[in-house]
Design a protein around this ligand. Structure first.
Ligand code: AMP
Length: 290
């Protein structure tokens, strides 16, 4: 058990954060940044563990960024659990949580946006117009404010990680980007703050995402190379769950996200599915034997 004294300090102001980090940097410490929207689970905490292994000082940002939510999305309902998040971080001796208000992030007169092309366009980019503009903008702001040596992201949001890598390279941001594996529940469901929206029945139905990714992987291991066949078989599994609606099931190049017709090398299977009112995403890299 961690003592309350081990809970991270919460800083809400950019100037104060900069003061703290100036002193940290002066001590020659490597700074790691883990950007999150809070409601922390073990997926987030795996990023914190990765940062602790590689860096001397880890900043976890907790901010539900309104500009990455569409007008009919779940911004209002999104879980906000700052005190429980601090408790979870105490175990990892995380020194600092940056939890700004929207007035601090987007003050009156705010007018600058980051638009990433190519990898931001398909899949989530098509289903959630404006989403990656909001994501790229907040992540660039966090990278500018924290100036971490390394920033950590999850493969759960595979496309988001590609968008951020593209932005960091294109805009010469001097932070390294690490992408950590997807953390799953014991039955395979990818951990997500949005899983809290699922009723017990929906929670069981949501397993079809993982089952469809496993089926794709098995079919590829068995020699199936036709992407259309794989996508169709995945769709069948997903639609076997009552109330499941598919936004997309895609087999794409893992670097460009361009659709593939045949599985010739590493291929990303990516999907977005609504279970009841909850939109879930998941993905898996398919690796055919040579
Ligand atoms: P979020 O709070 O949903 O914006 O997620 C913050 C970071 O945690 C992102 O880089 C996500 O990709 C990552 N993340 C979320 N869920 C998982 C998971 N199940 N496994 C690994 N990383 C995750």
């Amino acid at each position: 058990m961690s003592s309350p004294a081990g809970r991270p300090r919460v800083v809400a102001k950019i100037d104060e954060l900069r003061d703290v980090l100036r002193a940290v940097r002066r001590d020659g410490k490597r700074i790691g940044l883990v950007p999150t929207m809070g409601a922390l689970h073990d997926g987030h905490l795996s990023l914190v563990r990765a940062s602790r292994e590689e860096c001397d000082y880890t900043v976890v940002s907790i901010y539900v960024n309104p500009t990455q939510f569409g007008p009919s999305e779940d911004l209002e309902q999104y879980p906000r659990t700052l005190e429980a998040d601090r408790d979870a971080l105490a175990e990892y001796e995380t020194p600092l949580v940056f939890a700004p208000s929207s007035a601090e992030v987007y003050p009156a007169g705010y007018a600058t946006w980051v638009a990433v092309g190519s990898v931001a366009e398909p899949l989530e980019g098509t289903c959630r117009p404006g989403h990656f503009r909001g994501v790229a903008t907040i992540v660039l702001k966090l990278l500018n404010v924290v100036q971490p040596d390394v920033a950590y992201f999850g493969q759960k949001d595979y496309q988001q990680a590609l968008v951020i890598r593209r932005m960091v390279e294109d805009l010469n941001v001097p932070s390294a980007i690490r992408v950590c594996p997807i953390v799953r529940e014991p039955d395979g469901l990818a951990m997500s703050s949005r899983n809290a929206y699922l009723s017990p029945v929906e929670r069981r139905r949501a397993l079809v995402l993982w089952e469809s990714l496993c089926l794709a992987s098995e079919l590829v291991a068995g020699g199936q190379r036709d992407a259309a066949v794989l996508a169709e078989r995945m769709r069948e599994v997903i639609l076997s769950a009552e109330g499941a609606r598919i936004d997309y099931v895609a087999l794409v190049d893992p670097d460009t996200l361009a659709p593939v017709e045949a599985i010739r090398g590493r291929t990303l299977a990516a999907l977005a599915v609504r279970v009841g009112r909850t939109r879930l995403i998941d993905n898996r890299l398919l690796e055919p034997e040579p």
